[in-house]
Write a protein that binds this ligand. Structure first.
Ligand code: RIB
Ligand code: CA
Length: 305
């Protein structure tokens, strides 16, 4: 990985950890955040889109285009995670609402447009359900030849899920989309599952140390994580999406196994991801948690603890 910035499309369901991934993307000189696409996930697509605009404005990144995407999964009704992220999806932090316009194309169409505009250049990072990517694959079957790399925050391969014992949220919400994505012949598809993301957390002590901060990123952390620590009395906030983002510019953060991945669709197994043999998907099985936390805290100017 040379020192140049990685051109990234970030597909989000902004929520708390999505917002932290946006903050890392904006702060990192090794990221060229070309565009952000949104979809229904942690909360409905109107809120995930409003949240994404608000977070980018808060971070001084109002020049980054935002394109609204899927309003529900391919087949099923949408199921949110508002109990985790708050009714508004951002810990009920009530950030100022952005008044800027959305991009003129919808999320899947923007993924296809950029892939054709810059063939072989883009890294697509999906940190929500995989609905937008599945739709993009449907309308542009050549997408695997046009996108350089896909990084998915999703799945639970050797650990229990976080929605059911079988399934991680992003896969559970739209298993049909996930099955299509993991079956597509992408040149590089990296799966960052709970196996590694649950090992990187923002501890209560770090959040408490953001009290009184004045810079954009620490104050964002302070506001959107308050509900998790105060109302929900958590010890830590899991940094699922920031880790997936960081792998784009620091792939050595995780160790992967080459795998063929299956996704269960129905019943109690809905959303389970399994390694069913050798294949082309790089499933992350180990993480250098200390190195990631140094990178994350430095980029967001968070107090080390
Ligand atoms: O299971 C964790 C994932 O689901 C994260 O991306 C979180 O934001 C939710 O989308
Ligand atoms: Ca997410």
């Amino acid at each position: 990985m040379d020192g140049r910035a990685v051109p990234i499309i970030l597909d989000v369901d902004t929520g708390i950890d999505d917002a932290l991934a946006l903050a890392l993307a904006v702060a990192s000189p090794r990221v060229d955040l070309v565009t952000v696409t949104t979809l229904a996930g942690n909360v409905d697509v109107e809120r995930t889109t409003t949240n994404t605009l608000a977070v980018l404005d808060w971070l001084g990144a109002s020049s980054v285009p935002v394109h609204r995407g899927a309003s529900r999964p391919l087949v099923r009704p949408h199921q949110d995670a508002a109990f985790v992220h708050g009714t508004d999806g951002l810990g009920n932090a009530e950030l100022p609402i952005s008044d800027r316009a959305l991009g003129p194309t919808r999320g899947p169409a923007e993924i296809v447009r950029l892939a054709n505009l810059r063939p072989g250049a883009m890294t697509l990072i999906c940190v929500g359900p995989l609905t937008n990517l599945a739709i993009a694959l449907n309308v542009e079957p050549r997408l695997p030849d046009l996108i350089d790399r896909v990084i998915v925050m999703g799945g639970a391969f050797s650990v229990p899920g976080n929605v059911t014992p079988a399934a991680e949220f992003n896969i559970y919400v739209d298993p049909e989309a996930a099955a299509q994505v993991f079956a597509a012949p992408f040149k590089q598809l990296i799966a960052i599952g709970l196996d590694v993301t649950q090992q990187v957390v923002l501890p209560r002590s770090m959040w408490e140390a953001t009290t009184g901060a004045t810079e954009a990123a620490p104050t964002l952390v302070s506001r959107i994580c308050r509900r998790s620590f105060v109302e929900r009395d958590l010890d830590a906030v899991q940094l699922h999406d920031p880790l997936a983002l960081a792998v784009a510019f620091d792939p050595m953060l995780v160790g992967c196994i080459p795998a063929q991945v299956s996704v269960a669709i129905e019943g109690e197994e809905r959303g389970r991801t399994r390694v069913v043999g050798p294949g082309s998907v790089a499933v992350a099985s180990t993480v250098d948690a200390e190195r990631f936390m140094r990178l994350f805290t430095e980029a967001l100017a968070l107090p080390g603890v």
